[in-house]
Design a protein around this ligand. Structure first.
Ligand code: TXD
Length: 311
């Protein structure tokens, strides 16, 4: 049996994910969208690129979930993208309805799949997917931390004039404004970042990382980032399919870890064939704990808003 990945949403992030997965030779891809012709057209274009990109993966575009039967991994990018001036939270109820609908249909045909949620507001959408799928928390994972830490790594590497390959960055918490980067757990070739960079400069890069999505939205004017988000999804898919057990920051349901119970938060997990196989807990300072708990509080607000709206 060939490995099968369904990508729901054939927009910027979804189509770029599909392209990256195919070109990495990881799996066949089923690209799904509500718009007729869109996934079929993009799939056909990618099929025609295969001889030039030297891969033998197949891609199918469809509007019909029965085609996605028995997918190993389902990536959910369906939803509305943020427009300039629009906060992630404005998207909440609209995207909750979209994500709820697509997850319900997709898991009906792939009850054993691992779900990777991408749609914003990310942490809240993971709650929706958990609820609608009924899957255990190991199989419902949000992509945000991989992207946030990649942004932080890119800025650190650029600032220090070193290879991105030698920079690691550690982020916790919700996606976006309340994310909690931990500079003392971020390193350059094993050297803690505070040894190499002044605290004020680190703070500037942290702020830029926190606003990383908005910086791109402001430049693009229409739509939001998709190259780095798609690369982030690729990393996660690769770790799952090859059972690599990469340690990656991902959004998962916490059940007491980090003192948080019943909320989705970005934390370091071991990502393998079983999905989020383990959550790694690190000790936090009082300030870091406070930042994480305020991040959790802002996710709680979204969860409460959805509950009040009956989502
Ligand atoms: O870090 C992260 N998690 C993120 C999240 C990084 C980047 C983008 N992030 C969010 O992903 C973004 O805020 C959006 O909520 C999603 C998708 O972003 P993208 O840039 O790909 O948006 P597009 O290009 O508008 O594509 C969305 C597609 C589009 O083709 C719609 O027709 C489709 O989603 N769509 C649907 N497909 C299937 N079913 C339904 N109901 C549906 N509704 C819309």
């Amino acid at each position: 049996m060939r490995t099968k990945i369904t990508v729901i949403g054939a927009g910027n992030v979804g189509a770029t994910c599909a392209q990256r997965i195919l070109e990495a030779g990881l799996a066949d891809v089923y690209l799904v969208d509500v718009v007729e012709g869109l996934p079929q057209g993009k799939a056909l274009d990618l099929v025609e690129a295969a001889p030039l990109q030297h891969h033998d993966q197949m891609i199918y575009g469809t509007n019909d979930y029965s085609d996605t039967t028995e997918s190993d991994v389902i990536v959910v990018t369906a939803g509305l993208a943020r427009q300039p001036g629009m906060s992630r939270d404005d998207l909440l109820l609209k995207n909750a309805a979209i994500v709820g609908g697509v997850v319900r249909q997709a898991v009906h045909y792939s009850p054993n799949a691992i779900l990777i949620i991408v749609t914003n507001p990310l942490d809240a959408m993971v709650h929706v997917a958990l609820q609608v799928s009924g899957f255990p928390r190991e199989r419902v994972i949000g992509m945000a931390g991989v992207l946030d830490s990649a942004r932080f790594r890119a800025f650190i590497a650029d600032d220090l004039g070193v290879s991105t390959a030698d920079v690691t960055a550690f982020v916790l918490g919700g996606h976006g404004d309340t994310m909690v980067p931990l500079p003392r757990y971020s390193t350059v070739a094993g050297i803690p970042l505070p040894e190499l960079m002044k605290a004020e400069r680190i703070e500037e890069l942290v702020t830029r990382t926190r606003n990383g999505g908005a910086e791109i939205v402001a430049l693009l004017k229409a739509g939001s980032a998709f190259y780095a988000p798609a690369s982030s999804v690729l990393h996660m898919v690769d770790s799952i399919l090859d059972d690599r057990k990469r340690v990656l920051p991902c959004a998962v349901l916490l059940l007491g870890e980090y003192g948080i119970d019943g909320l989705v938060m970005g934390v370091p997990i071991v990502l393998g064939a079983g999905g989020a196989e383990r959550i790694i807990e690190v000790s936090l300072t009082a300030d870091e704990k406070a930042a994480l708990h305020s991040s959790a509080a802002s996710v709680q607000v979204l969860v409460d808003t959805m509950a009040a709206a009956g989502k």
